[in-house]
Design a protein around this ligand. Structure first.
Ligand code: SF4
Length: 200
C-alpha cells in the first residue's frame, strides 16, 4: 500500500487537482501564501524541545503509520510528563475555515501517533497565525470516520494516476499552481479530459 504524506490530505482538501499535480506529477510552485506558510513552519520547526509546567514540547516529530498508510512531520507534539498523554499541535498561517480540512489533517496526525504508541489520543489543537489563537480539537468518532474516508479518497485519487480536470473557483486565486494548472484555459478546453488522462 502506498504511504501518503500528511500534506496530501491538506492539498486534496484544498483542491483534488492540486493534490494530483503535486503528488503524482511533482509540480510545485511557491507564491506569497506558501512562502508565508513555509516561513511559519520553519520558525516552529527550528525551536529546541523544552519542558514548561509539566508539559514537554517536541517539535518536528516524524511519524509513519504502516497500517494507516500515512507518514509526515508534525509541527509539535505536547506530552504531559505526568500522564504521558500526547497531543498534536498544528500551526496554520491563516484563520479557521468553514470546512473541517485542518481538523481532518490534525486527526490524521493523531491516528498516526495512536498506531505508533498504542495510546488513545482524544484531543489536539490548531494554532492560527492570522487570528493568533489556539483552537482545541476533540477527535470524535465523526471526525475520525471523516478522516479515514478522506485518506481512502486521496489514496484512490493518487493510485488512479489521473489528474482531475480544473474547476475554476475562488480558491484558484490563492493557489500557487495556477500557472501550471491554467484553470481558465483548460476549463474551456473540450479536450481537457483527454489531457487529464493521457498527458502524463
Ligand atoms: S488553479 Fe484552481 S483548479 Fe488549478 S490546482 Fe489550483 S485550485 Fe485547483
Amino acid at each position: 500500500m502506498r504511504s501518503l504524506p500528511l500534506s496530501a490530505l491538506q492539498h486534496y482538501a484544498f483542491c483534488p487537482r492540486q493534490c494530483a499535480l503535486i503528488h503524482n506529477e511533482q509540480a510545485w510552485a511557491e507564491n506569497f501564501l506558501t512562502a508565508q506558510g513555509r516561513a511559519l513552519h520553519e520558525r516552529v520547526d527550528s525551536g529546541e524541545p523544552e519542558t514548561r509546567k509539566g508539559i514537554r514540547f517536541e517539535r518536528s516529530v516524524h511519524v509513519s503509520a504502516e497500517k494507516l498508510g500515512v507518514h509526515g512531520v508534525l509541527d509539535m507534539v505536547e506530552c504531559d510528563m505526568q500522564t504521558g498523554r500526547l497531543k498534536p499541535i498544528e500551526y496554520k498561517r491563516g484563520k479557521p475555515k468553514p470546512a473541517p480540512f485542518d481538523e481532518i489533517q490534525l486527526c490524521a496526525q493523531a491516528l498516526c501517533l495512536e498506531e505508533m504508541t498504542g495510546q488513545t489520543i482524544t484531543e489536539g489543537a490548531l494554532w492560527y497565525g492570522q487570528t493568533r489563537h489556539r483552537l482545541p480539537v476533540a477527535f470524535s468518532d465523526g471526525l475520525r470516520a471523516e478522516t479515514l474516508a478522506t485518506i481512502t479518497e486521496v489514496r484512490e485519487l493518487l493510485e488512479s494516476g489521473q489528474t482531475p480536470p480544473p474547476e475554476y473557483g475562488k480558491r484558484c486565486k490563492a493557489c500557487s499552481l495556477v500557472e501550471v494548472c491554467q484553470p481558465v484555459l483548460l476549463g474551456k478546453d473540450k479536450s481537457v479530459k483527454y489531457v487529464a488522462v493521457f498527458w502524463k
